[in-house]
Design a binder for this molecule. Structure first.
Ligand SMILES: [Zn+2]
Length: 680
C-alpha cells in the first residue's frame, strides 16, 4: 500500500531518473534503459501523480510527452500537433480498443495495420508542392527545423508531382545492414539503428547526414486547403505514393464483413508479424492500428494526449540479462583495439550470445561497466548484440574496466586517436593476421583454404610477415605439419596463383585502406583513374584536388588514401605485389578502346542542361569513353567545362581559372570529328 511518505520519495526518485533518461534519449540519442523500462517508469510516475496530485513536482518530467529538442536547430511550431499514440501490449488490449472505437463510431469500420518503424519521426511541410520545412517531432508542439539534413534523404521528394500544400508525417530509419556496416566506423558507436538515425538527422553539417543512407516511409498527411478528395487512410497512402513518397508496402486492412464486430483474426495477424520481425530489412518496435475511415476519425477525435482512432501495439524488445565473465581485447588489421565482453551464454531473441563488442573505452565509461556486472543485452533482428546497460553491479568491488596500456599481441604501448585506441606497431602479429585475413577474405581476393587458423599458423611459424609473403611461401614444404596434407598444400598454392588474375578493383579493396571500400574504389576507377601508377603519381605530386572533386568522394576518404599511400611500408607492399604479378591496372572496356582517346589527360566538368545529353551523365560517359576524367566541381585542375544552357556558378569559376569552355555544339563536333580542342 502506498503511503504519502513513500510516494513522495518515489516520485522524487522517478522524476530525477526520468529526467536523466530523457536527456540521454532525446538529446544525446544514447539511451541508458530500454523503451519498455522507460515506459514503465513513466507509467508509474503518472500513476503516483494521479494518486497524489499535490506531490507532483513543478518540473515533473511527465509534463513532457518527451522531447527531442536540442540546441543548434531553430525551433518551429507544428501546424497540427504531433501526438503520441495510446499503447497496447497484448492482442486482447487491441481487441478492447477496437470494440471501444466501434461503440463510439456507430458504423461499420475498417482498420489498417501498419508496421511501427523504429526510427525518427519527421514532419515535412510542402508549399505548392515544394519542400519548405522538415521538422522533428520535438515535444509534439514545437520541433527542430532540420530541413537541410532532410533534403539529403533520397526518399524525401523535394518537389511533389502536384503543387499541393500538405504536411506529411514519416519515419526516418536506417536499414539494419547499413547500420551494421556504418556503426563499426563510428567514433562512438550506437546501440541500435534508431539512435544512429537520430544522431544523423541532427548533424550540424548536412554533408555528414548525406553520407548515411537514411530512408523515410511516409504514413500520414494533412492538407492545408483540402483540394484532394480522400476518404480513407488507404487513399492517403495511395496519394502519398503518387506524390513521390516511399510508402511501406507492408499493410493489412481488416473489414467487418458480417457487421458483427469481428475483424478476421487480428491478434493472429499481430503475432505473425511479430514472428517475422527479425527477417525485415529494418527495425520495427510494434504495429500501428488505425481507423481507416477519415470521417470516423474526425468524429472520434482526441483525448488530451493522443488520437482515439489509432493505437500502437508495442513489441517487447528482445533483451536478456547475463553476467560479464571477462573483458578481452581484439587487435584489428588497422591496429584498432576493440574491447569485447565475454558473457555467460544467454539466449537473446532467436540467437545464443556469448561475446558482445564494447566498441571502445568511451562506450565502457558511458555504461560504467565492470567485470562481474549483470548487464542487459539486446539484439534486434540482424543487428549485432549490444550491451544496453548495467542492471546490477558486481559484488567483488570491480571498478569500471579500463583498456590495458600495452598491446596484448606485441606489448607495444597503445596510443589513443579520437575515441579509439590503437597499437602503433604495423608488424604486430595480430595486425598482420588481420590484414592478411582481410586480403584473402571472401569479399576481397577470395583465396580458398586461407581460413583464420591457416593464416595464424603461417604468421606464427614466421613464414609470413606481410601480405606479399603468402605468394612466396613453399606450401609443399609444409606437408606433414598439423593440418597440412598434400591436398591442402596443393590447394593453397593453386589459390595463390589464381588470385593473380583478380581484377585491379578487387586488389585495391583487398589492400584494406581505411575508409576506402568497394564503393570508393568504383568511383575512383570510373572517374578514369585506372591504375596504381596514376594514383601514386597523384599522391606524390600532392594532387588531392582531383580526387576531392570526384562525386561521392569525401575529404576523409582522400586524406586516408593519401596517408596510407604515403607510408613507406605500404608502398613497399604494393611494389612487391606488382612484381609478383597481381593486377594493378584496369584496361578500358572494348567499346571504349575502339573510340579515339581524344580526351586523354584531360579533366572535364559538365554543367547546365543539354538537348542531346539528357541526362547529363550521357555526356560524362562520352568523355570517359574517350579517355577523359570527369569531376563534379571546377578546380584549377579542371581542363574543360562543358557548359549547357543555364550554366551558373561553375561557368564563372571556370572563367576565373581560365578553363577551356565548350558548348554543346562544339562538343558534338569534337566527338564526331574525333579531334580534341587543345586551345587551352
Ligand atoms: Zn600490437
Amino acid at each position: 500500500m502506498e503511503t504519502v511518505e513513500h510516494a513522495q520519495v518515489e516520485i522524487a526518485r522517478l522524476s530525477e531518473e526520468l529526467r536523466r533518461h530523457q536527456h540521454h534519449y532525446y538529446v544525446e540519442a544514447q539511451p541508458l534503459v530500454s523503451d519498455t523500462q522507460y515506459d514503465r517508469m513513466m507509467d508509474r510516475l503518472l500513476y503516483l501523480e494521479g494518486l497524489y496530485p499535490e506531490l507532483k513536482l513543478s518540473d515533473s518530467p511527465s509534463q513532457r510527452v518527451g522531447s527531442d529538442l536540442g540546441t543548434g536547430f531553430p525551433e518551429v511550431r507544428h501546424t497540427v500537433p504531433v501526438l503520441s499514440l495510446d499503447k497496447a501490449y497484448t492482442g486482447d488490449g487491441v481487441l478492447q480498443w477496437i470494440e471501444r472505437c466501434r461503440q463510439r463510431g456507430e458504423q461499420r469500420l475498417s482498420f489498417v495495420v501498419e508496421e511501427k518503424i523504429d526510427g525518427v519521426s519527421l514532419v515535412l511541410y510542402y508549399e505548392k508542392g515544394l519542400l519548405a520545412r522538415a521538422v522533428t517531432r520535438g515535444n509534439g508542439f514545437v520541433g527542430n527545423d532540420v530541413t537541410p539534413n532532410a533534403k539529403t534523404i533520397k526518399s524525401i521528394p523535394l518537389r511533389l508531382s502536384r503543387p499541393l500544400d500538405i504536411a506529411v508525417r514519416g519515419e526516418v530509419f536506417l536499414p539494419k545492414e547499413d547500420f551494421n556496416t556504418l556503426n563499426g566506423t563510428m567514433e562512438v558507436p550506437y546501440a541500435n539503428p534508431r539512435n544512429l538515425a537520430a544522431g544523423t538527422i541532427r548533424r550540424l553539417k548536412s554533408s555528414e547526414t548525406a553520407m548515411v543512407p537514411l530512408k523515410m516511409f511516409a504514413y500520414e498527411a494533412s492538407f492545408t486547403n483540402p483540394t484532394e478528395a480522400v476518404h480513407s487512410h488507404v487513399e492517403i497512402l495511395r496519394l502519398l505514393k503518387d506524390l513521390g513518397f516511399l510508402v511501406n508496402p507492408s499493410l493489412a486492412v481488416f473489414a467487418d464483413a458480417d457487421g458483427d464486430g469481428t475483424y478476421g483474426d487480428i491478434p493472429d495477424y499481430l503475432g505473425k508479424l511479430e514472428q517475422q520481425r527479425s527477417t525485415l530489412a529494418y527495425e520495427i518496435d510494434g504495429l500501428v492500428i488505425k481507423v481507416n475511415e477519415l470521417g470516423v476519425r474526425d468524429f472520434l477525435g482526441y483525448t488530451g494526449h493522443h488520437p482515439r482512432w489509432a493505437l500502437a501495439y508495442k513489441f517487447d524488445a528482445p533483451e536478456a540479462q547475463t553476467e560479464v565473465l571477462d573483458i578481452g581485447v581484439q587487435v584489428g588489421r588497422t591496429g584498432r583495439i576493440t574491447p569485447v565482453a565475454r558473457v555467460k551464454t544467454v539466449k537473446v531473441g532467436n540467437s545464443m550470445v556469448s561475446n558482445v563488442t564494447l566498441h571502445n573505452q568511451d562506450y565502457i565509461n558511458l555504461l560504467e561497466l565492470a567485470i562481474g556486472d549483470t548487464v542487459a543485452i539486446s539484439k534486434r533482428g540482424d543487428v549485432i548484440p549490444a550491451v544496453e546497460r548495467v542492471v546490477e553491479k558486481n559484488e567483488e568491488g570491480n571498478t569500471t574496466w579500463q583498456l590495458p596500456a600495452e598491446c596484448p599481441s606485441c606489448k607495444t604501448t597503445l596510443v589513443r586517436n579520437g575515441a579509439h585506441t590503437f597499437c602503433p606497431n604495423g608488424a604486430c602479429p595480430d595486425q598482420v593476421v588481420g590484414r592478411i585475413s582481410f586480403f584473402v577474405g571472401r569479399q576481397q581476393m577470395d583465396l580458398d583454404g586461407f581460413g583464420p587458423e591457416t593464416v595464424s599458423f603461417l604468421v606464427d611459424k614466421g613464414l609470413v610477415h606481410d601480405i606479399p609473403d603468402i605468394y612466396t611461401v613453399d606450401y609443399d614444404a609444409l606437408v606433414g605439419e598439423p593440418g597440412f596434407g598434400e591436398k591442402k598444400a596443393g590447394a593453397l598454392a593453386q589459390a595463390v596463383e589464381k588470385s593473380k588474375e583478380q581484377p585491379y578493383r578487387l586488389v585495391l579493396v583487398a589492400l584494406g585502406i581505411p575508409d576506402f571500400g568497394k564503393k570508393a574504389v568504383d568511383l575512383l576507377v570510373n572517374a578514369g583513374i585506372r591504375s596504381m601508377k596514376q594514383l601514386l603519381e597523384m599522391v606524390d605530386s600532392g594532387d588531392a584536388e582531383t580526387l576531392v572533386a570526384i562525386k561521392g568522394f569525401g575529404k576523409k576518404t582522400v586524406d586516408s588514401l593519401f596517408a596510407e599511400l604515403s607510408d613507406a611500408k605500404v608502398r613497399e607492399r604494393i611494389a612487391r605485389l606488382i612484381l609478383l604479378g597481381l593486377q594493378f591496372s584496369e584496361a578500358a572496356t572494348d567499346a571504349e578502346e575502339m573510340l579515339p582517346q581524344i580526351f586523354r589527360n584531360q579533366v572535364w566538368c559538365v554543367t547546365g542542361s543539354f538537348e542531346r545529353f539528357a541526362p547529363r551523365s550521357l555526356a560524362l560517359k562520352e568523355i570517359e569513353a574517350r579517355g577523359g576524367r570527369t569531376t563534379s566541381s571546377v578546380t584549377s585542375k579542371t581542363s574543360h567545362l562543358l557548359a549547357g544552357s543555364g550554366a551558373g556558378s561553375k561557368l564563372q569559376q571556370a572563367q576565373s581559372f581560365g578553363t577551356t569552355i565548350v558548348d554543346e555544339q562544339q562538343f558534338i563536333r569534337m566527338l564526331e570529328g574525333g579531334e580534341s580542342d587543345d586551345s587551352r
